[in-house]
Design a protein around this ligand. Structure first.
Ligand SMILES: Nc1ncnc2c1ncn2[C@@H]1O[C@H](COP(=O)(O)OP(=O)(O)O)[C@@H](O)[C@H]1O
Ligand SMILES: [Mg+2]
Length: 327
């Protein structure tokens, strides 16, 4: 990794309080992202992916959420030390987030053109109303919707179109970092591929760095440069897409790959990972995947599991590779 990564998250820990109980959502997460690159955050529901993204965007509600520790450097500055006033500037201008459900992000009572223009105008106060509207039309065309539809309201668009509009809004200010939280999950399978392709093309064009949250390894292979495998609020394995896909090492990562349908096999027997995700209200020791891991030993259930460097930028937090002493 470079000396000065564009985004650097260090030892992030986030807890929620629910019914007076602590929920350990993010348990010491560290990773880096280079300028213009895209990183896939992969893991099952409840792994802590959205909480990581909301921490970077600084939109966690406190309470119930509490950032217990960590540093999040964007271009050398720690976002966790910024005032709310500074964050208002940074959000949208430097960081934008796309959520899973496009409807929650759109105002049903405003035309889509007005909504895009509003964001454009907020971030570039030198523009006249007319110029902001023109820019909005350009943004719509960039996401593949004819500009003449700027006068229509959200309900007049299909789900896939609405998500394109949300993406146009997110990209309207040329953010340096785009956080895309399962941006295509709510869409039709055929539309999913189109929208992803579009995000990827736009990301390349405006050189935005991106964190793409998904539970779909296929999407990561298509879209990302690097990948973090997240489980129970920890990164169990990370590296470039090539490194992790060519040699998945953590038993959890291997389990994820084994549960994918194979092209050249009959797909009536996929192998889902047996067992249940960890109860997030229990503070675990050792490897969080140990209760579901068929190779787990006593060592896996005790103490800190160190990250083993497997070569290049490939790291894995598993006792098995630690013992092999690979470097
Ligand atoms: N507002 C909240 N209050 C209490 N617990 C929460 C809240 N939001 C998320 N959690 C819990 O935090 C953990 C991580 O959630 P989340 O970040 O949404 O995971 P993911 O996006 O990977 O599905 C889960 O156990 C979830 O139930
Ligand atoms: Mg989520």
């Amino acid at each position: 990794m470079g000396n000065n990564p564009f985004l650097s998250v260090k030892d992030l820990r986030v807890e929620y309080t629910s019914d007076k109980k602590a929920i350990y959502a993010v348990n010491g997460v560290s990773f880096e992202l280079e300028k213009g690159k895209s990183l896939g955050l992969v893991g099952e529901t409840g792994a802590g992916k959205t909480t990581i993204a909301k921490s970077i965007m600084r939109i966690l509600q406190c309470p119930p959420a509490c950032i217990k520790s960590g540093e999040i450097y964007l271009d050398g500055e720690d976002l966790l030390q910024k005032s709310e006033k500074d964050m208002l500037e940074i959000r949208g201008k430097e960081i934008a987030m796309i959520f899973q459900d496009p409807m929650s992000a759109l105002n049903p009572l405003m035309t889509v053109g007005e909504q895009i223009a509003e964001v454009v105008a907020t971030h570039d106060k030198s523009l006249s109303k007319h110029e902001a509207e023109q820019k909005a039309i350009e943004m719509m065309e960039m996401v593949g919707i004819v500009g003449s539809r700027a006068v229509e309201f959200p309900f007049q668009f299909s789900g896939g179109m609405k998500q394109r509009i949300v993406i146009a809004i997110a990209l309207a200010c040329n953010p340096q970092l785009l956080l895309a939280d399962e941006p295509t999950t709510a869409l039709d399978v055929t539309i999913q591929a189109q929208v992803l392709r579009m995000i990827k093309d736009l990301q390349d064009k405006i050189e935005t760095s991106m964190i793409l949250i998904t539970h779909d390894l296929g999407v990561v292979a298509e879209t990302c440069d690097t990948v973090n495998i997240v489980y129970a609020g920890k990164i169990l394995e990370k590296g470039t897409v090539e490194e992790v896909f060519d040699a998945p090492t953590h038993p959890y990562t291997r389990g994820l790959f084994d549960s994918l349908p194979k092209l050249n096999e009959k797909t009536d027997r996929l192998t889902p990972i047996p067992g249940m995700p960890l109860d997030p209200s229990i503070k675990f020791e050792g490897c969080p995947f140990a209760p579901r891991c068929e190779r787990a030993t006593d060592r896996c259930r005790q103490g800190e599991i160190h990250e083993t460097h497997l070569g290049g930028t490939h790291y894995c937090s598993c006792v098995l590779c630690d013992q092999r002493g690979e470097a």
